[in-house]
Design a protein around this ligand. Structure first.
Ligand SMILES: Nc1nc2c(ncn2[C@@H]2O[C@@H]3COP(=O)(O)O[C@H]4[C@@H](O)[C@H](n5cnc6c(=O)[nH]c(N)nc65)O[C@@H]4COP(=O)(O)O[C@H]3[C@H]2O)c(=O)[nH]1
Length: 683
C-alpha cells in the first residue's frame, strides 16, 4: 500500500547518501516523470548521479544548505533547478531530513522532490508583470493615484508629485493630507467628484483647477474608478491625473479670440445675441428696463482715411475704453465692427436713467484725445431701443436701435435718439427707395435739371450745374437729397454718375449750338464715385464719345472727398486735371476742411456752401467767413462761386466782396433741359 501511495505521488520519494554524488539508494516511481530517467538509471549512479542532475549553477549552494541542515539535524526545504533527461531545466522543490544510525551518526537523507516548474513560471510571470506595471506606474507621464474616499492618498506615482509641483513622492505625501481642502481651488469640486463616483462607479474627464505646491493654479483632468473587494465593499479610488493647463490656455485663447475684438478687447458681434438674450431674460425676471444702444462714431471714417489706420485704431481703443467706463460692470459693451458699438444697459428703473447714461457717453466720447501728439475730437450718434417697449426679441431690439442711430445721424450727429414707430416708417421708405432705385436707370426714370451760374460782374450766364431728378412713373419728382445718399451706400451711384456725365455732355453740345459758344456744365461727383476704379478712363471715354471739349466740363467734388489725401486721391485729381477738366470744391466750408490741402490740390473753383450765403443778412460771422473764403480762394488763384443766392442783397454783398460767380433761386431755379434751353435763347 505504501508503494502504491508512493507511485501515485506527483514527485519522487528518495533516500540518498550524503556523498559527493548524492548517491540514491532508493527512489520511487516518480523518478522518471521528475527527471526523465528510470529509477534503475539513477540508483547507485548507474547512469547519472543526482549531483549531475542538479543544474551546475545551483549545485554548490544546494549542497551547502542541505549539509548545514543535516548537520544541525534539521529538516530542510528548498527549491532549485535540475536538468531533465530531455535537456530541459525544471524547477523542483525538495523537502527532506537527515537519517542517523543507532550511534547517532549521519548516514543518509530522506525526502521528497517534486516538479514545481509550472508554479515557478507563473510566479515569475507575476513578478515580471508586477515589475512591468511598476515601471509604468513609476515612469508614466500621467499622475496615477489611489485615495481613500475621504481624500487621503494611499499611493501615487512620481508623475503625480511632479504635476503638483512637489520634489518627490515623499514631499507630496508630507504636503497633502486632505485633497478636498488642500488640492482643489474650488473645494466643492471634491464633492462633485464623489457624487459622480457614487452615481457611476467612475469619473471620466473630470476637469478642475488645483493648486501646485508653490500656489500656482493649474488645470487637470482626472479619470478614476472605484475599487471594491470581493464582497463589494469600497476599498479606494484609483485614477489618473493629466495636466491640461496648456490645452486649457489655448482653448481659452481660441474662445477669447472668437468672442472678443482683438483691437479693443471688447466682446465682439458673436457674443452679442447671447448677451442680449441673457439681459432680456434677466430684465424680464426682475421687471426692469433694458436699453440697447447702438453707438457710431461720427468722424471716424474721415480720421481713419486721412490720418492712417494706426491713428484710427488708437482712436477706437480710446473710445472703447471710454464707453466701457461709462457703464456699470454688469452692463455690456460690444464692438460690432468698424466704428460701431452696442451697449446693453441692464437693471434700469426708468427711461430717464437711459438719457443720463447717454449724455455721459456723448460727453465722454467728445472729450478731446491726443494720438501721436495730435489732438482729435470726435462725437458719436446713438440710437436706443428699450425692452420691453420697443421689442421682445434680441433681433428686433437691435434692428430698432440701429434705425434710431440712423435718425441720430440725420439729425446732425452728436446726439442720441430713441426708437419710435414713425422712425421705423421712415426707414421702411428708405428701403423701398433702395429697391426702386435698382430699376430707375433701366426704366429711364432719371432727368437732369440745369441751374444757371452767373458771372456776378457782368450778370451773364457763365455755366450750368446739372442736378439730377428722379421721376418715378407713379409719383412726384424725388429730390436727390432723398436718394443720392442711398445710392452712395449701395454703390448704385457709380452707374448713376456715368449716366449723369453722359447726359450732361450731350446737353453741353446742345447748349453750345444755341449760344454759339461753349457753356461749361458742372456735374457732381460723390465720394464713392471718386474712389471708383478707372474714373479717369470712364470720363475720358464719355468725353470722346460725346465729342465734348474737356474744359467745358466741371467736376464738383465735395469737401469730404478731398479729405482722402492719400497718394491715390492726389493721383486721380491730377489725372482728371490732365484730361483738361475743371475741378471745383463743392459745399466749401461745411466739411472738415483743412485749408492746407487747397494749395496742394489742382482745383480751379471754390463753391461756398449755401448755408453761409443764406445767413448772410442775419449772421455777421457768416458774412465775415464769406469774405475770408473769397479772399482765401483768390489768394490761391481760384475762382470763388457762391451757392444758394436767394436775394438781391446777398447778390450785392457777394459782388461787393469780389465773389466771381453765383448760383441760386435769385438768378434761376434748376430747370428741365427744355426750359433751360429756352432761358438761354431768351438771353
Ligand atoms: N435753398 C436753396 N437751394 C438752392 C438754391 N439754388 C440751388 N439750390 C439747390 O442747392 C443744391 C446745390 O447742389 P449741391 O450743393 O451740389 O447739392 C446737391 C448734390 O450734392 C447732390 N446731387 C444733385 N445732383 C447730383 C448728381 O447728379 N450726382 C451726384 N453725385 N450728386 C448730385 O444733391 C444735392 C442736392 O441737390 P438739389 O436738391 O438739386 O439741390 C441743389 C439746388 O437745387 C437756392 O437759392 N436756395
Amino acid at each position: 500500500m505504501l508503494s502504491m501511495l508512493m507511485s501515485n505521488l506527483q514527485g519522487m520519494v528518495y533516500c540518498c547518501l550524503l556523498d559527493a554524488d548524492w548517491t540514491m539508494v532508493f527512489v520511487s516511481e516518480g523518478c522518471r516523470a521528475l527527471t526523465g530517467y528510470s529509477s534503475e538509471e539513477l540508483l547507485f549512479n548507474k547512469r547519472i548521479s543526482y549531483e549531475e542532475l542538479t543544474l551546475a549553477e545551483d549545485r554548490l549552494w544546494v549542497r551547502r544548505l542541505i549539509e548545514k541542515a543535516a548537520h544541525a539535524r534539521k529538516k530542510f526545504d528548498l527549491e532549485y533547478r535540475i536538468v531533465h533527461a530531455d535537456g530541459s531545466v525544471h524547477w523542483v522543490q525538495e523537502s527532506g531530513f537527515p537519517l542517523f544510525n543507532d550511534h547517532g551518526e549521519l548516514v543518509a537523507l530522506e525526502g521528497f522532490i517534486q516538479d514545481v516548474t509550472a508554479r515557478k513560471r507563473s510566479e515569475q510571470a507575476a513578478r515580471d508583470a508586477e515589475a512591468r506595471y511598476r515601471s509604468i506606474f513609476e515612469n508614466a507621464i500621467e499622475g496615477i493615484y489611489q485615495t481613500t474616499p475621504s481624500g487621503q492618498y494611499l499611493d501615487f506615482n512620481p508623475a503625480l508629485a511632479r504635476i503638483y509641483g512637489y520634489a518627490s513622492t515623499q514631499d507630496l505625501r508630507n504636503g497633502i493630507s486632505d485633497i478636498q481642502r488642500q488640492l482643489y481651488v474650488d473645494p466643492e469640486k471634491r464633492g462633485e467628484y464623489i457624487a459622480i463616483m457614487q452615481a457611476n462607479g467612475e469619473v471620466r474627464n473630470f476637469e478642475a483647477q488645483v493648486y501646485r505646491k508653490n500656489g500656482d493654479i493649474i488645470w487637470i483632468t482626472e479619470n478614476a474608478r472605484e475599487v471594491r473587494d470581493r464582497d463589494g465593499r469600497l476599498l479606494f479610488y484609483e485614477g489618473t491625473v493629466e495636466d491640461i493647463s496648456e490645452r486649457k490656455y489655448y482653448e481659452q485663447q481660441i474662445e477669447y479670440q472668437a468672442t472678443h475684438d482683438m483691437l479693443t478687447g471688447l466682446p465682439n458681434r458673436t457674443v452679442l445675441s447671447d448677451r442680449l438674450q441673457q439681459a432680456i431674460n434677466f430684465t424680464a425676471r426682475y421687471d426692469n428696463i433694458l436699453a440697447v444702444a447702438f453707438v457710431d462714431l461720427d468722424q471716424f471714417k474721415f480720421i481713419n482715411d486721412s490720418m492712417g489706420h494706426h491713428v484710427g485704431d488708437s482712436l477706437l481703443v480710446v473710445m472703447a475704453e471710454r464707453l466701457a467706463q461709462c457703464v456699470r460692470d454688469s452692463d455690456t459693451v460690444v464692438r460690432l465692427g468698424g466704428d460701431e458699438f452696442v451697449l446693453l444697459l441692464c437693471s434700469l428703473q426708468k427711461i430717464e436713467d437711459i438719457s443720463h447714461s447717454m449724455q455721459r457717453i456723448l460727453a465722454a466720447v467728445a472729450t478731446p484725445c491726443t494720438i501721436d501728439g495730435l489732438e482729435f475730437v470726435v462725437s458719436c450718434s446713438i440710437g436706443i431701443s428699450v425692452y420691453p417697449g420697443d421689442g421682445q426679441e434680441a433681433g428686433t431690439l437691435l434692428k430698432h436701435a440701429d434705425s434710431a442711430m440712423y435718425k441720430a445721424k440725420q439729425l446732425g450727429r452728436n446726439n442720441f435718439q430713441f426708437y419710435t414707430r414713425e422712425l421705423n416708417q421712415v426707414l421702411t421708405e428708405r428701403m423701398a427707395i433702395e429697391y426702386r432705385l435698382r430699376h430707375a436707370i433701366e426704366n429711364a426714370e432719371f432727368l437732369l435739371y440745369y441751374q444757371p451760374k452767373i458771372e456776378l460782374a457782368s450778370g451773364r450766364i457763365c455755366g450750368a450745374e446739372a442736378l439730377i431728378r428722379w421721376q418715378p412713373p407713379d409719383g412726384a419728382l424725388i429730390s436727390p437729397l432723398s436718394f443720392i445718399p442711398i445710392a452712395e451706400e449701395t454703390g448704385q451711384i457709380e452707374q448713376i454718375g456715368r449716366w449723369v456725365l453722359q447726359q450732361a455732355c450731350l446737353a453741353a453740345n446742345r447748349f453750345q449750338q444755341i449760344l454759339g459758344r461753349p457753356l461749361p456744365v458742372a456735374v457732381n461727383v460723390s465720394p464713392r464715385q471718386f474712389r471708383q476704379r478707372d474714373l479717369i478712363g470712364t470720363i475720358a471715354a464719355t468725353l470722346a464719345a460725346t465729342q465734348v471739349a474737356a474744359h467745358t466740363v466741371e467736376l464738383e467734388i465735395t469737401e469730404s472727398c478731398l479729405a482722402h489725401d492719400t497718394p491715390q486721391f492726389i493721383k486721380t485729381l491730377h489725372g482728371l486735371k490732365a484730361l483738361g477738366l475743371t475741378l471745383a470744391i463743392d459745399d466749401f466750408g461745411t466739411g472738415y476742411s483743412s485749408m492746407a490741402y487747397l494749395k496742394d490740390f489742382p482745383v480751379d473753383r471754390l463753391k461756398i456752401d449755401k448755408a453761409f450765403v443764406g445767413n448772410l443778412e442775419h449772421e455777421s460771422t457768416d458774412a465775415a467767413i464769406l469774405k475770408a473764403i473769397i479772399a482765401l480762394g483768390h489768394s490761391l488763384g481760384l475762382k470763388v462761386v457762391a451757392e444758394g443766392v436767394e436775394t438781391e442783397q446777398q447778390s450785392a454783398y457777394l459782388l461787393q466782396n469780389g465773389c466771381d460767380e453765383a448760383q441760386g433761386y435769385w438768378f434761376g431755379q434748376p430747370l428741365a433741359e427744355a426750359e433751360f434751353c429756352a432761358l438761354l435763347t431768351s438771353r
